[in-house]
Design a protein around this ligand. Sequence first.
Ligand code: RAT
Ligand code: ZN
Length: 420
Amino acid sequence: MTALNSIESVRNAAVKAVAETTITDLHTHIFPPSHENLLLWDINELLTYHYLVAELFTMAPAEITYQAFWKMSKTQQADLVWENVFLKHGPLSEACRGVMTVISKLGLQDELAKRDLGAIRKWFAAQKVEDYVQKVFDIAGLDYAIMTNDPFVPLEATQWTEDKPGHPLMKTALRIDKLIVNWPHAVEIMRSYGYDVQVLDDSSYSEARRFLKHWAEKLKPEYMAASLPPDFEYPKDDAMGRAMQNIVLPVAEELNLPLAMMIGVRNRATVNPALGDAGDAVGVANVEAVQNLCRENPNIKFLVTMLSRVNQHELTVLGRKFRNLHLFGCWWYCNNPSIIDEMTRQRFELLGTAFTANHSDARVLDQLIYKWTHTRKIVGGVLADKYADQFIAGWRVTEDEIKRDARHILGGSFEAFMKK
Ligand code: RAT
Ligand code: ZN
């Protein structure tokens, strides 16, 4: 293939490559349709996404209390969000735009333009979930998505102990937060499965490792994953540090199972518990913990994303220092166009293509559509700028090379890291 010979052709090729590349979604909260009612989908779920529930309470009249809201049916909650967030104010947030993109991409532009929620609901009610999963993956352009599978959540665990089928488009991840951030709760769950755990001592460590290994065997996960608070430090002689050192790291090393860490969540319990999933906030975390973990454990692979914008530069620099560290995603409060743009530029400038530009974090299946439509547009623009700069510097590329790089930052680089 011959090299592209103008800035314009290079820019167009970059935008097209990112628009069309197959994407691997590294972290989601979707489930196989066979797993009871764990898989969330449809317009009511979209409107009650916790990002939008938080927005509702920034603008709803005072008489709508948290307690009253949680007692309502899903349809009533969705109506409230529609009324207050979409109709009474300009629905300008990224979460609002997401709902619109989903509806439009599903072919319901007219219903959206007319703000006809009834007609939109009717369309969703006519979908069959199995076919709909495939449709959503096709529109989003994904080869597969990695789920979040938490054995500490009894309803989730039951699906696997009862051998309910998984799904060919969904791979597993073993979620282990509770072991690290809430040992008493983890103990309760592990004891209910018959594991002899108590205080954080040698015999409990060994039982908890046995628990993790059992679930790793059962789920065959791509990685273990934990969301950690801003005050997570390593090494440290506290409950988090001990569980990490004596339970999680030995299992990661023994099973050659990468560890994904998502760091920087201020737990809702100390922020606003009444908001439920919407109650967590963000705090600036300690990047040195990641540095110490990567240095002390060269045989363990770490996948890391951080929640605070403030942490991103330091973390990206760290990405250059360790072969066992892979940065991924613009997580949660960073998954906004202005921040994705900034983070992606920063990562290209410091890491080349050795990172994963984003993950969806979709909690509602349909969100795969908007999260990836929006990400493709921003990342395509950034890649176009980067290749335009290389053109000015004298480098010449082919369309195939640009396609290779687009895939690399949206799944290929992750897969190469995992195989290393
Ligand atoms: O992004 C989210 O929806 C958060 O509530 C969390 O799920 C977070 O991504 C996590 O995995 O803990
Ligand atoms: Zn998540």
